[in-house]
Design a protein around this ligand. Structure first.
Ligand code: NAP
Ligand code: MG
Length: 493
């Protein structure tokens, strides 16, 4: 059959070999065919008859046989499977309707950010983002306005993904020649979104938690307002009476004696607000429904009969009025217990639930859990606002030490897992809110490809020593991401 027939034919030719033609490598027909097949996303192979190897047209050496033999027999192999795969790759990227709010960051994580986007997201998703550069130089240039704008955008669109950022200290002030010691971007975003941070470890079979009965991740939800973190303190250096006084706007006055000191001592006054506790409760119940996990909450209300009791009361009210039915429908449970009982139960549990903690308990327990599960580099973090807006990120920082090595041109093996999971979580959530199944599934597949890579024993240096039962091989960040991409392509084929 003439070449003309082949490239004009619609629909595409048969499943396997469509045509084997002999033509000089650069003849007109060859070029036309090449264009046709590339346009239709078909992998197009040539067979070098002398060496019997196949080379593709996308290979930049394809115009010449690599071994310089002069006779080519050109073989067009059209495999339907390849056609489907490449069609998706070249023409049918997953579409998005609503943009994600993208908050770029600093140092090593900014480098990883670009690698993740280029290798794992952009080839597969027609990515729509509203981009905010939260890198320290641009925060300084905009007097931190960019951080505020990014948080407002997260409130508007509902889903954001954030790279780790530097919270400047005096040393950073010199290093970056800053105008001012800008506040922590996470603190600014949290106060605008009014959210609760949920942290969960990424678990894999070859890294065993210290507690051997933990089979599933435990997610910590820490109330991030008030208590001892907003307390005032007095050093009493002589005998005297300490009191708590509340003067209501109505003129009502409440006064309680704390202690009648007969010598020196210390005094602390702390507070919380019903509004903040209620927001915390809503975020926790919403997140439990989202992730279909039980919710545990614990305080010490047997001792703190007004303060902690108010936390318990508000959680119960919010549960009864807004979430009880949905919990029953999903077969999940809300469970309140005393903090000491909770600690004992957590250690004996199999995992797989959310543990809501007051501010101090959350601070301490989240460090214990992340260490017990293995590594900070495998900890994800999501900020959830009481009205259901999400900001996904990694729990670790900008990995400064690795960045300085990277700047010196040294090879770095920084673990991108938590940052990849921030992207997969955000894309999945965006898909869920927009009813975009393909985007949701992409989030799942991306995570699955990460697990495939680790289960094959390919890992960054920080994990290699922790892995048991697999022959682990340490690779650099780029090598790790390339291995994930290979597996992701297989999964999406
Ligand atoms: P870090 O960036 O979390 O790193 C501390 C150490 O933990 C690293 O030096 C590294 O240990 C290890 N590590 C953390 N993440 C890793 C990863 N992905 N892969 C491999 N190893 C990892 O904390 P930092 O050095 O205290 O803070 C650096 C900057 O990050 C600071 O400017 C801080 O303000 C900022 N920060 C930002 C956030 C955020 O945006 N959410 C959170 C925390 C800190 P080795 O060097 O031993 O390999
Ligand atoms: Mg802590």
């Amino acid at each position: 059959r003439g070449l003309g027939d082949v490239y004009k034919r619609q629909p595409l030719p048969s499943r396997h070999l469509s045509a084997a033609v002999t033509a000089p490598p650069r003849c007109r027909h060859n070029t036309l065919l090449q264009r046709y097949f590339q346009k239709n996303g078909i992998v197009f192979l040539r067979l070098c008859t002398r060496q019997r190897h196949l080379i593709t047209f996308s290979d930049k050496h394809a115009q010449h046989c690599p071994t310089q033999c002069c006779t080519f027999q050109i073989l067009f192999v059209i495999l339907q499977a390849n056609y489907q795969k490449n069609k998706r790759k070249l023409m049918e990227k997953i579409q998005m309707t609503t943009p994600l709010v993208e908050m770029d960051g600093d140092e090593m994580t900014r480098i990883l950010w670009k690698m993740i986007k280029d290798e794992l997201i952009l080839p597969f998703v027609d990515l729509k983002t509203e981009y905010y550069d939260l890198g320290l130089p641009y925060r300084d240039q905009t007097n931190d306005q960019v951080t505020i704008d990014s948080a407002e955008a997260a409130k508007k669109y509902g889903v954001a993904v954030k790279c780790a950022t530097i919270t400047p200290n005096a040393q950073r002030m010199d290093e970056y020649k800053l105008h001012k010691l800008w506040k922590s971007p996470n603190g600014t975003i949290r106060s605008i979104m009014d959210g609760t941070v949920f942290r969960a470890p990424i678990t894999i079979p070859s890294i065993h938690p210290c507690v051997k009965n933990w089979e599933k991740p435990i997610t910590i939800a820490r109330h991030a307002y008030g208590d001892v973190y907003k307390s005032v303190e007095i050093r009493a250096d002589e005998p005297g009476v300490a009191k708590v006084v509340f003067e209501g706007k109505s003129g009502k006055k409440q006064e309680v004696e704390i202690h009648n000191f007969d010598g020196a001592g210390v005094i602390q006054g702390m507070h919380n607000t019903d509004k903040s506790i209620r927001s915390f409760a809503h975020s926790c119940f919403k997140f439990a429904i989202d992730t279909k996990q039980d919710l545990w909450f614990a305080t010490k209300d047997t001792i703190s009969k007004t303060y902690d009791a108010q936390f318990r009361k508000i959680f119960e009210e919010v549960y009864e009025s807004d979430y009880k039915e949905k919990f029953a429908e999903l077969g999940i449970e809300y469970f309140y217990t005393l903090i000491d009982d909770a600690v004992a139960r957590v250690i004996r549990s199999k995992g797989g639930f959310i543990w809501a903690c007051k501010n101090y308990d959350g601070d301490v327990m989240s460090d214990m859990l992340s260490t017990a599960f293995g590594s900070l580099a495998m900890m994800t973090s999501v900020l959830v606002s009481p009205d259901g807006k999400y900001e996904y990120e990694a729990a670790h920082g900008t990995v400064t030490r690795h960045y300085y090595r990277y700047l010196k041109g040294e090879d770095t093996s920084t673990n991108p897992m938590a940052t990849i999971f921030a992207w997969s979580g955000a894309l999945r959530k965006r898909g869920e809110l927009d009813g975009n199944k393909a985007l949701q599934q992409f989030g799942d597949q991306l995570e699955a490809a990460c697990f495939d890579t680790l289960n094959d024993g390919i890992a960054t240096k920080d994990l290699v020593n922790l892995m048991e039962g697999v022959e682990a091989k340490a690779v650099n960040s780029a090598g790790f991401i390339a291995a994930i991409r290979e597996r992701l392509e297989k999964r999406l084929a």
